[in-house]
Design a protein around this ligand. Structure first.
Ligand code: ZN
Length: 287
């Protein structure tokens, strides 16, 4: 069985769930292109697809030839793929905002039970800071690209990345701390995940295990940026000193360890269908 474990460094001063959502989305985008599920890098692909939808409104029905119809169908399929990518990225962001995610995996295969390739991302839960806001601690685009590049060029993955994979479906499954999953109290009441039993990957599935490692320069307890904003609102709390913050942090770490002990698996109710351009090369749809 093909199984690879690799570490990926995440360089950001404070690790927030928002930064993690950015990284996971970035890994998904990279994989879609790398594993031939979209024909262009994601941002270029999205640019064209969204440009078409603007043009669509100006299109007249008079000059509909069979070639034009063929191209239109292709563009519809490409657009569907793009919409599902957006929806999955949105689901990842919401899940990180509302739930305690321990790990998640992207499965490439015709069904979620018969994946050919699986990419499991392990979240460094103990490094997540809940006292800082994502807006103030966004991961720099250069650092994010560095993380993604080290993933795409990782020597242990050269075998899998040099093999071909035909367009297939991409499923998302999430391992979430049990206590916090209460679908009834979810803010938007929309149920976007289905509970499922955890199952081992089939023996023929290529199994890639990605361990995210937080590499921050500043020590969490010495950073008061976001917490200070709240504290200063209440003048009574101005006397808060370092040791108080340290205690609060170690308490929250204790809670976290208990929290992540029992988890359950959920499957996203959407999946991505890989898109492949059909037909003659002289019909250029990317223009
Ligand atoms: Zn902060």
């Amino acid at each position: 069985m093909y199984c690879k474990h690799l570490n990926l460094n995440v360089e950001v001063d404070v690790l927030t769930t928002g930064a993690l959502a950015d990284i996971v989305s970035g890994i998904l985008e990279s994989l879609l292109f790398q594993r031939h599920q979209i024909p262009l890098v994601y941002k270029t692909y999205r640019y064209y697809v969204e440009k078409w939808s603007d043009e669509e409104n100006e299109l007249s029905d008079e000059k509909v030839t069979s070639t034009a119809q063929f191209l239109r169908r292709q563009k519809e399929n490409a657009t569907k793929t793009n919409s599902s990518i957006r929806a999955m990225k949105e689901l990842v962001r919401n899940a990180f905002n509302n739930k305690f995610i321990k790990s998640l995996r992207f499965l490439f295969g015709s069904t979620a039970y018969t994946p050919k390739e699986a990419y499991t991302i392990h979240i460094p839960t103990e490094a997540i800071s809940s006292n800082h806001s994502h807006e103030q601690h966004r991961i720099a685009i250069g650092k994010l690209n560095q993380t993604l590049l080290s993933f795409l060029t990782h020597p242990d993955l050269s075998t899998i990345f040099s093999s071909n994979l035909n367009p297939t479906n991409i499923y998302l499954e999430l391992e979430i701390a049990k206590q916090t999953v209460d679908l009834k109290t979810m803010s938007n009441a929309k149920v976007d995940m289905i509970a499922k039993e955890f199952y081992a990957l089939p023996a023929s599935c290529k199994d890639v295990q990605i361990h995210l490692l937080h590499k921050g320069n500043a020590s969490l307890t010495s950073l008061h940026c976001c917490k200070d904003l709240q504290v200063y609102k209440d003048f009574m709390d101005l006397h808060l000193e370092d040791n108080v913050t340290v205690d609060a942090d170690s308490d929250s770490n204790k809670c976290k360890n208990i929290l992540y002990k029992t988890t359950e698996w959920w499957e996203a109710d959407i999946y991505i269908r890989g898109f492949k351009e059909q037909g003659s090369k002289c019909l250029n749809m990317w223009s």
